[in-house]
Design a binder for this molecule. Structure first.
Ligand code: ADP
Length: 282
C-alpha cells in the first residue's frame, strides 16, 4: 500500500501515519523527520536545511525529491509506504509521479486531513506543553512566530496539491478535527478494499450446499411438473394479449416520456447501486 497524507502542520499526519504503519506493515516516510535527522547529524543536507526549517520555510524541491527518491528504493519501503510531509509543492508532486511511474508503482490514495487553522495553533501549543512536561526536546519550529510562517507556506505552496490530486481522481478528504480514533476509522474506510456484494448468509448457504456449483440441477421432467403445478397468475389470466395496436400505444407512451421502461428501470437500478455504495462508504 502506498499513500500520501496531506494536511497543514499539526493536522495529525504523523499520528495517523504511525497507525497506518502498524496496521499495514508499511513504512512512514516523513521528510520533516528525515531533514531533522540530517540537521542533527550535521550532514551537508542538514546544514543546508537547518536555517530554512528554523524559519518555517520550505527546503528546496531538489533536496527533498532526492531524499525521497533514495528512500523509496530501500528494501523496507518495498511493501509500501505512507508519505507524511511530502509532496509539499506541485513540482514535488510531479516529481513523485515520475519516480513512481519509473518504478511501475501506483498510489492507492491521497488522504487530506481537513482542519481548522485556529484549532491547529491550539493543538501545537498543547503538543509543545506535553513534550516539555515529558522533558523532551521541543522542535525549533514549534513556536507561534515560526508556526505562522509554516501555515503561510502551507497555504501558498502545499494547499494547491489538493486540486492537483483531485484532478487525478485520487484525493479523499477526511475530517481531521474529529477524535484521533475516528480519523483513523475514516481512513480505514477509504483504504478498505471494495467488499464483494455477498452477504454472510449467502456465503453460509453456499458453504452448506457444498459451493456455488453444487446447486441441484433441474431435470426436464421436474421442470415440467413444477410448471404444471404452479398456479396461473391473475395477470396472465385477465390481461388481454397485446396486439400490434397495443404495442404501438405502449411505444408511443415510452417515447413521450423520452425513455423506454427498460431504460427507466436500468437507470433506477444504477442510481440505487450508486447510492448504496455511497452510503456504505460514509
Ligand atoms: P509540519 O509539522 O509543519 O508538517 P514537518 O515535520 O513535516 O512539519 O516539516 C518540518 C519542516 O521541514 C518544514 O517546515 C520544512 O522546512 C521542512 N520540510 C519537510 N518536508 C518538506 C518538503 N517536502 N519540502 C520542503 N520542505 C520540507
Amino acid at each position: 500500500m502506498r499513500l500520501i497524507l496531506l494536511g497543514p502542520p499539526g493536522a495529525g499526519k504523523g499520528t495517523q501515519a504511525q497507525r497506518l504503519v502498524k496496521q499495514h506493515g508499511i513504512v512512514q516516510l516523513s521528510t520533516g523527520d528525515m531533514l531533522r535527522a540530517a540537521v542533527a547529524a550535521g550532514t551537508p543536507i542538514g546544514q543546508k536545511a537547518k536555517d530554512i526549517m528554523a524559519r518555517g520555510e520550505l527546503v528546496p524541491d531538489d533536496v527533498v525529491i532526492a531524499i525521497i527518491a533514495d528512500r523509496i528504493d530501500q528494501p523496507d519501503a518495498k511493501a509500501g509506504f505512507v508519505l507524511d510531509g511530502f509532496p509539499r509543492t506541485v513540482p514535488q508532486a510531479q516529481a513523485l509521479d515520475r519516480l513512481l511511474a519509473d518504478r511501475g508503482l501506483m498510489l492507492d490514495a491521497v488522504v487530506e486531513l481537513k482542519v481548522n487553522e485556529g484549532i491547529l495553533i491550539k493543538r501545537i501549543e498543547n503538543r509543545v506543553a506535553e513534550m516539555t512536561a515529558r522533558g523532551e526536546k521541543v522542535r525549533a519550529d514549534d513556536n507561534p512566530e515560526v508556526l505562522a510562517g509554516r501555515l503561510a507556506a502551507y497555504r501558498a505552496q502545499t494547499a494547491p496539491l489538493a486540486d492537483y490530486y483531485a484532478g487525478h481522481g485520487a484525493l479523499r478528504s477526511v475530517d481531521g478535527m474529529a477524535a484521533i480514533d475516528r480519523v483513523t476509522a475514516f481512513i480505514d474506510r477509504i483504504l478498505a478494499p471494495a467488499q464483494p456484494r455477498k452477504t454472510a448468509r449467502t456465503a453460509v448457504r453456499r458453504k452448506q450446499a457444498g459451493g456455488a456449483k453444487a446447486k441441484p440441477k433441474r431435470t426436464k421432467a421436474k421442470s415440467a411438473r413444477a410448471k404444471a403445478s404452479r398456479p396461473k397468475s391473475k395477470k396472465a389470466k385477465s390481461a388481454p394479449r397485446r396486439g400490434s395496436a397495443g404495442k404501438a400505444k405502449a411505444r408511443n407512451k415510452a417515447s413521450k416520456t423520452g425513455r423506454s421502461a427498460l431504460h427507466k428501470n436500468k437507470s433506477a437500478g444504477r442510481q440505487s447501486t450508486a447510492r448504496r455504495r455511497l452510503t456504505k462508504r460514509r
